[in-house]
Design a binder for this molecule. Structure first.
Ligand code: IPM
Ligand code: MN
Length: 357
């Protein structure tokens, strides 16, 4: 089969990690007899510099036409002074909206080989954890009405959710739970927010009518922030609104101690999706061949699994990565503090390719 993949490398370390993932996809294609065709598009600060727009129409059209999108990262201090609607972040928000990607899957787990990188107390880390945040991605306060009053001394942003918006992402959450341990924790702030009360009611109605096989519980977002540190092994699938998921997913990824390993998928109703590492553009290390390419390589594996239904191929990449890690190979971000040698980004990429032979 032939698959057309749009590449949106973006800024900072984006281009180098995307390039590593492309190599991994090429080798996978050769091995399993698939043809992956890549077309590159500009987004973020790179696009702003080239044409004054963070998300050119050509990029939107190319991504819409492709079978799937592999995204690097956008942003950096260089564009701090740019007006809000032209900021590099608008590229990722605009793409999510244009492609209708209302669900964001963000897995976070302790890699057994990397348990010592986990920042939690050893007795908590020893219990391990493996959770998946299912975050709503095209609604809520990110896309609500916002503005300032005339005097400019007051501002507002609006959180708003419809039942339909809550239901479609909640279904993704229930379905993810079915494929995992069958436990869904829905996050809200229903002791204060009306949107959260609607969220909770809607999730329960769906759970009681269609997903009685899934164990459903609710947790207030502040408590969830605490439980992620106190006992992350409690969680299986965590369902959140856009903003709560933004915050909790950064927390969950940092708790693993290896943000350079974490992948994500953004999905809508079509098979196409957008796959990106959770980490940012890390401009301070860009171009130095230090960045860990694993998160993007694992994002490419998620693409094979979720968009192309190539589970065996995805397993194959994931196994190579986990074998490399269990054999002790490390990049700078995941090495132990007293290690004297570690791999550069391109050496890690080559090591993974070697394990894929
Ligand atoms: C993320 C990022 C984005 C978000 C930014 C870059 C707009 O933080 O993917 O989590 O807040 O969604
Ligand atoms: Mn974020």
């Amino acid at each position: 089969m032939k698959y057309n993949i749009a590449l949106v490398p973006g800024d900072g370390i984006g281009p180098e990690v995307v390039e590593a993932a492309v190599k991994v996809l090429e080798v996978t294609g050769e091995k399993f007899g698939h043809e992956f065709c890549f077309t590159k598009y500009l987004a973020g600060g790179a696009a702003y510099d080239a044409c004054g727009e963070p998300l050119p129409q050509e990029t939107i059209d190319g991504c819409l036409a492709a079978d799937s999108v592999l995204f690097g990262s956008v942003g950096g201090p260089k564009w701090d002074g740019v007006p809000r609607e032209k900021r590099p972040e608008q590229a990722v928000l605009g793409l999510r909206k244009a492609l209708g990607l209302y669900t964001n899957l963000r897995p976070a787990k302790i890699e057994p080989a990397l348990a010592d990188a986990c920042v939690l107390r050893p007795d908590i880390a020893a219990k391990g954890f493996d959770l998946m945040i299912v975050r709503e991605l095209t609604g809520g306060i990110y896309f609500g009405e916002r503005g300032r009053n005339e005097a400019g001394d007051a501002a507002y942003d609006t959180e708003s959710y419809s039942v339909a918006e809550i239901e479609r992402v909640a279904r993704r959450g229930f379905e993810a739970a079915r494929k995992r341990k069958g436990h869904l924790t829905s996050i809200d702030k229903s002791n204060v927010l009306e949107t959260s009360r609607l969220w909770r009611e809607t999730v329960h109605r769906l759970g009681e009518s269609e997903y009685t096989d899934v164990r459903l519980d609710d947790m207030l977002v502040d408590n969830a922030a605490m439980q992620l540190i106190r006992d992350p092994s409690f969680f299986d699938v965590v369902l959140t609104s856009n903003m709560f998921g933004d915050i909790l997913s950064d927390e969950a990824s940092q708790v693993t101690g290896s943000i350079g390993l974490l992948a994500s998928a953004s999905l809508g109703d079509s098979a196409s999706g957008l796959y990106e590492p959770i980490h940012g553009s890390a401009p301070d290390i860009a171009g130095k061949d230090i960045a860990n390419p694993i998160a993007t390589i694992l994002s490419a594996a998620m693409m094979l699994r979720y968009s192309f239904d190539l589970g065996e191929e995805a397993d194959y990449i994931e196994k190579a990565v986990s074998d490399v890690l269990s054999d002790g190979w490390r990049t700078a971000d995941i090495k132990s503090p007293d290690a004297e040698e570690w791999l550069s980004g391109s050496q890690m990429r080559d090591k993974i390719l070697e394990y894929m032979k």
